[in-house]
Design a protein around this ligand. Structure first.
Ligand SMILES: Cc1cc2nc3c(=O)[nH]c(=O)nc-3n(C[C@H](O)[C@H](O)[C@H](O)COP(=O)(O)OP(=O)(O)OC[C@H]3O[C@@H](n4cnc5c(N)ncnc54)[C@H](O)[C@@H]3O)c2cc1C
Length: 410
């Protein structure tokens, strides 16, 4: 008889796990996927493009209904898992139903962080995480409306871009003194600022929000330095926190996220976590690539192979048309790191490559990002770059004249 395997969360990590599992151990498990959102798993990464009107919301589904059906996967979407009994090995669903499991996988993702400031509950304050949020944004922030986006990170800027394309009057408030400080060095951030402002988006740096004001609905945002910005809607995009409460309540070890080891198992045998809800070696990843890599490793393990996960290299791409930004790895460097810089402000190109111990360890690209994946490949392969260092900043054009990264690896 098939072993009951329940996946909680019907997002990108869950879909990839089912995909990987179906090619390795179809039939070994009776798989059930429980999803709180009332729809099939979709490509969340594309939500920014949906908001910008570049992709239709109907085109982001990851798998059609027949894909799940053909693999015998039981889908319960629009239904939250409310409690887990790790001793009895059962899950209680929002509709009161109880589901037994032999193996359990948390793939519950993250939730937007909501700052604790007055006015957060006013109608017109919106987060940016799921399809429902997009509909709310469209409903609340249309052409000519004044919209404040709190947060000048990747998500905030993508939201601002989408809103500006919909002819809203957009102001981005960012707490730090540069945009995307977690992905960009100051020079690239300054170029990004100019590019964003050229789109008609106002950016206020060093902007510490004190409160969202309004009577019955959003009317403005007040900063701690006394400035106020008028607003008809506020999109909050200041970060995410792993959805780990369900695990914590069940007595499973949670730090920031659900703590897993290199086998992606929690402190309770047979209970795993992958994707944004998981914390591995102290890191909670907020990108899809690590979720996919974890799904692959876990599928391997569930199929009986002795595979381990040792962490992921992070790469970020800003999805704003005409503004090419790419960042990967340790782009800030450190004491023992060296920097290779190529900068041409005249044509809006900036490249910073960080080298440590003869290897590429990080990169920031602005303007021309065509070589981003090539640099990512070099970092992942841990290849020694001494032989190509002279031309490294000139990128892929050189690749044809040199060995592949795997051949370079010492
Ligand atoms: C607008 C936007 C743009 C992004 N752009 C990029 C990008 O360019 N590159 C990139 O790498 N990443 C990007 N991301 C992040 C990427 O989408 C996530 O890293 C990825 O979705 C993580 O997958 P996940 O399965 O861990 O979480 P999710 O995809 O969030 O899935 C988790 C699911 O679990 C459900 N759930 C939670 N609790 C329960 C419960 N108790 N019971 C049942 N279901 C539950 C949630 O409702 C959700 O559907 C973006 C995210 C957003 C919002």
């Amino acid at each position: 008889m098939s072993e009951p395997l329940v996946v909680i969360g019907n997002g990108m990590a869950a879909a990839r796990l089912c995909d990987e599992l179906s090619s390795r151990a179809l039939g070994r498990y009776a798989v059930a996927v429980i999803g709180a959102e009332p729809r099939l798993a979709y490509n969340r990464v594309l939500l920014s493009s949906v908001l910008a009107g570049e992709v239709a919301s109907s085109d982001i589904e990851l798998k059609p209904p027949c894909w799940w059906r053909d693999r015998g996967i039981t889908l319960r979407y629009g239904c939250r898992a409310n409690a887990i009994d790790t001793a009895a090995r059962t899950i209680t669903l929002a509709d009161g139903q109880s589901l037994p499991f032999s193996k359990l996988v948390f793939a519950t993702g993250s939730q937007p962080i909501r700052p604790v400031i007055p006015g957060m509950d006013l109608p017109g304050v919106i987060t940016f995480r799921d399809v429902n949020d997009i509909w709310t944004i469209w409903h609340r922030a249309g052409s000519g409306d004044r919209v404040v986006v709190i947060g000048g990170g990747l998500l905030g800027l993508e939201a601002a871009y989408g809103l500006a394309k919909a002819s809203a009057r957009v102001t981005v408030l960012h707490l730090m003194d540069q945009l995307m400080e977690r992905q960009l060095d100051p020079k690239a951030a300054a170029m990004l600022l100019r590019a964003v402002e050229a789109m008609g988006i106002e950016v206020v740096l060093n902007a510490d929000t004190a409160e969202i004001s309004g009577t019955g609905r959003v009317e403005g945002v007040a900063l701690k330095d006394g400035r106020t910005i008028e607003a008809d809607a506020v999109v909050v995009a200041i970060g995410i926190r792993p959805s780990a409460d369900l695990a914590r309540d069940a007595g499973i070890a949670v730090a920031r996220g659900i703590v897993v080891d290199d086998t992606l198992e929690t402190n309770v045998p047979g209970i795993h976590a992958i994707g944004e809800c998981a914390e591995h070696r102290g890191i909670c990843y907020g990108l899809v690539q690590p979720a996919h890599e974890q799904a692959r490793v876990l599928a391997d393990r569930l199929a009986g192979r002795d595979t381990h996960y040792s962490g992921s290299v992070l790469a970020t791409n800003l999805k704003v048309s005409g503004v090419n930004v790419f960042s990967v790895g340790n782009f800030l460097g450190g004491e023992d790191a060296e920097e290779i810089l190529l900068s041409d402000p005249g044509i809006g190109i900036y490249k910073k490559l960080v080298v440590g111990d003869g290897r590429l360890i990080g990169a920031v690209l602005f303007g021309d990002t065509t070589d981003g994946l090539w640099y990512l490949d070099l970092i992942r392969s841990d290849a020694n770059i001494d032989a190509i260092r002279n031309d490294l900043a000139f990128g892929r054009a050189l690749a044809d004249r040199m060995p592949a990264p795997t051949q370079l690896a010492a």
